[in-house]
Ligand binder design. Structure first.
Ligand code: HEC
Length: 217
């Protein structure tokens, strides 16, 4: 008897779920267990969805076109280096070739390089390794193609070309433009240069005060 009840209940639920509500559109809002009037908050707010419609605007679109002359705030006011200095922003000279060296508005000092080290350690070291030799942690997990910075091609690569790789990525390396600000990118480049210098150091590069620690005269 009990099984019969259960089987009947099961069939009823099955039939309702198969036939009952299929394709029916509700015209009333669903029952709200925590209604807005009793629990005022921001659960229900008037909003527009992307590419939705609006009765308010004459053209019926919820998305509003930008007023003429608007630029992204990151680019700063007119005349700022971020808008005018292609070396700084894209690493290119006005003729489209990659720029050598650091842009004039970037001041490479110790704090700047240390900031680059911090960003490098977060964003680049997992693949390129702490020494820039391509032996990051990802190598152990099968990503074998990360190049070392310590060959002549990369030592002689213009800073602008490194910037270009950071902005656009290359092959298996993704773009880091969304993670690093323009200044961060140059700080990382300064640190890449520091890593390269560190591998080609000679006893003559050791500051006088530290020579004795290394047993040098
Ligand atoms: C997911 C791993 C990964 C990360 C993270 C990564 N790279 Fe790379 N990078 C690669 C690989 C792989 C290549 C080789 C691309 C190729 O096939 O030429 C490469 C190439 C490069 C090159 C050489 C480009 C060339 O023209 O040969 C530079 C410079 C470089 N990366 C800098 C960076 C910097 C700076 C960061 C951090 C902002 C970074 N990479 C983060 C994987 C990575």
């Amino acid at each position: 008897m009990r099984n019969l009840y259960l089987a009947t209940a099961f069939i009823v639920v099955l039939l309702i779920s198969m036939l009952g509500l299929r394709g029916t559109k509700f015209t009333h809002p669903p029952i709200d267990v925590f209604p807005e009037w009793a629990f005022p908050g921001m659960k229900q707010q008037p909003k527009y969805k992307a590419q939705g419609t609006s009765k308010f605007f004459a053209d019926g679109r919820a998305d509003r076109p930008q007023p003429a002359g608007v630029v992204a705030a990151d680019f700063g006011p007119l005349g700022e280096p971020l808008r005018t200095d292609t070396h700084l922003v894209s690493g290119k000279n006005s003729d489209g070739s990659f720029a050598q060296g650091f842009p004039a508005s970037i001041n490479v000092d110790l704090t700047f390089v240390q900031h680059g080290m911090e960003r490098y350690t977060i964003y680049c070291a997992p693949c390129h390794g702490a020494l820039g030799d391509g032996n990051g942690i990802t190598k152990q997990y099968g990503m074998g193609a990360t190049p070392t910075y310590h060959d002549d091609r990369l030592r002689n690569m213009p800073e602008g070309e490194i910037l270009n790789t950071i902005i656009h990525g290359k092959a298996n390396m993704l773009s880091y433009a969304d993670k690093l600000t323009v200044e961060d990118r140059w700080a990382v480049i300064a640190y890449v240069r520091a890593l390269q210098r560190a591998q080609t150091g000679t006893p003559a590069d050791v500051p006088l005060a530290h020579k004795s620690e290394l047993g040098l005269k």
